[in-house]
Design a protein around this ligand. Sequence first.
Ligand code: ISL
Length: 684
Amino acid sequence: MTPVDANTRLKEIYGHPVGRDAIDKVLLQLGRSSLWVRNPVVANLRLSTVARLVRPILGEEFAPSLITVLADHNHHHEPDAASGGDPTPSGTPAAQPPWWRRAVFYQVYPRSFADSDGDGVGDLRGVTSRLDHLADLGVDCVWLSPIFDSPNEDMGYDVRDYRAVMSEMGTLADLDDLIAGAHERGMRIILDLVVNHTSAEHAWFRAAVADPDGPYGDYYHLQPGVPGEDGSGPPPNNWASFFGGSAWRWLPEAKRWALHLFAPGQMDLNWENPRVRAEVAEIVRWWRARGIDGFRLDVINYISKRPGLPDGNEAIGALMGFPGIEHYFFGPRLHEYLRELRATGFTRTAQDPRPPSTVRSRGADGTLGVPEPPDPVGVLVGETPGVGVEMSRLLSGARRRELDLVFNFDVLDGPGKVRWDDYRYDLGYLKGFYLDYLARLGPDDAIALFLDNHDNPRMLSKVLGTRDRDPVLRSAAAKALATIQLTLPGTPFLFQGQEIAAINQDFAAAAELKDVESVNRLAELRADGVAHEDALARVRPGARDHARVPMRWEPGPTTGFSTGTPWQVGREDSVGFTVAEQGADPGSVLSFHRDLIRLRRAEPALTDGGFRALLPRSREYFGWVRTAPGDGDDWLVEVNLTDRTIKRPRGLPAATGVLGSHGLARGPRMAPYECVVARVLIAG
Ligand code: ISL
């Protein structure tokens, strides 16, 4: 498109992927519909006019800031700039889809999954000991949150050594066993690659501090400057850390400022430096040679920072909560870096050694076959906070050869809401979000479906509020969420505990919150004069700790997680919501997940099939048809999105229930959160 300037009309900005996502984001934040921008009068306004109108609210610099960000990505219409690329192009419709398109991923948070040695911290042998649970569930790929050597300022998201396992989680040999054990059971395994930053204890950073003008100085964003006597003077720019305060820390030893978008011990790497990029590619190759099947790439959209690291726009900072974000959340060289990393790190060459093991093939009925040949390209799952649908497509379109899948976080909170808000999430919003997302995808695009992860309170609790303690509602809503996640088009990512309807915890005291983000936030609120109880009440709804409590394997004080004292306490004392109890009950949430995944494997329509929404406008009924790609059956899926009994709409395709939360009959009404997966009957 022609470069964006003050004369550009709003509709052209909305036609630009970054512009569209930015406008949608602002509207979502303000709780407004995107229909507003499609109104012809508004759509035809020039940016200069809009800038004048919003100046009193958003200030002088808002429009120029937007122009700069859009200009970084003006060549978005050239999807295939990288020629050559993957050895097996997956974008061509005729090609066999890559394995991950049909896969069910399962995220393990190893610290809280299973502890084999009684020290209270989950470990690799613990994960290995529970692989049968994952295989029974039907998982195709296990993702482990960080297990690399780390001082754990941010629970492993601060890596000290990318080629070593953190001591409390075991050894490299344990990891080799885990990789082999997963492959043996027909599951791939991916790790978390945290390379936007390293720990301050990483050898590179120590070398950089020791000699900022030496070869490692340029591995990080180190800046000279003049702080006050006490080192507290103005930092190089106004960027904020996600965990509170400035994103800069003064290093008295080196006489430099160092950038950390996250905790003070998480030092941002300088990706402008080709040596940094080569190091990262080498790490990936090293792990691929050990049998790892790919990576989830932590905050990977933050790696390219605008040269010069200019101040962030105040208005954007206020809107998004983090000044500076427009200069790195979708930076100028992001696409280039990702293509390079895919080609040099993730793609096998003829010279690469065969890994010690590869995944055994697994038939639809679960029978295991022989090991498959190594994947030509390891899977790249991008964690990409802040990107919207169009940016997601730019990052993961198959022919662009960047990432394979990305997480779009906009599904997690309703309009105008943020994670810290205490509110009941409306599943009508989730329906609208997915219908919009799916409608905008082309054959080249992929979508990751996730509702929970280690950074968020449990979706089940957001949906049910305090009623999440009611076992009937809890089971029903958990099955409804599972049905949505496992039968919409896309690649589902389950997070540990979802299969047993895990919910939020009633953390009663500040000491029960262990996460650096919760701890800092509490301290900030207290420093602002907020009373202790109020501060806790303002942190608890959004605390990442909810997702980090020990996995509930069996009844009892430590839930079968550990024989010692768990590092993090869970406060739940429900009956019936452990793996052991649910495994024995064919009507349980766990059995439902298992049945659903089995059905998904057996019925091509549920993975490769087309998608047609029924009654798209209803906010209480979510129904859709998955149409078979060949001559298989079509499937009807129905979910009551509310905690009320609703009327089942009329005029639906005739279908026979095969799996349902409340039995298989499809009567005139649907019970609260009832869901049914039904085989469509062929007319005549
Ligand atoms: O919790 C957040 C900050 O307020 C999230 O925005 C989160 O930090 C963001 O999604 C990035 O998450 C990832 O990188 C972080 C790490 O703390 C998270 O656990 C990880 O998932 C820094 O490495």
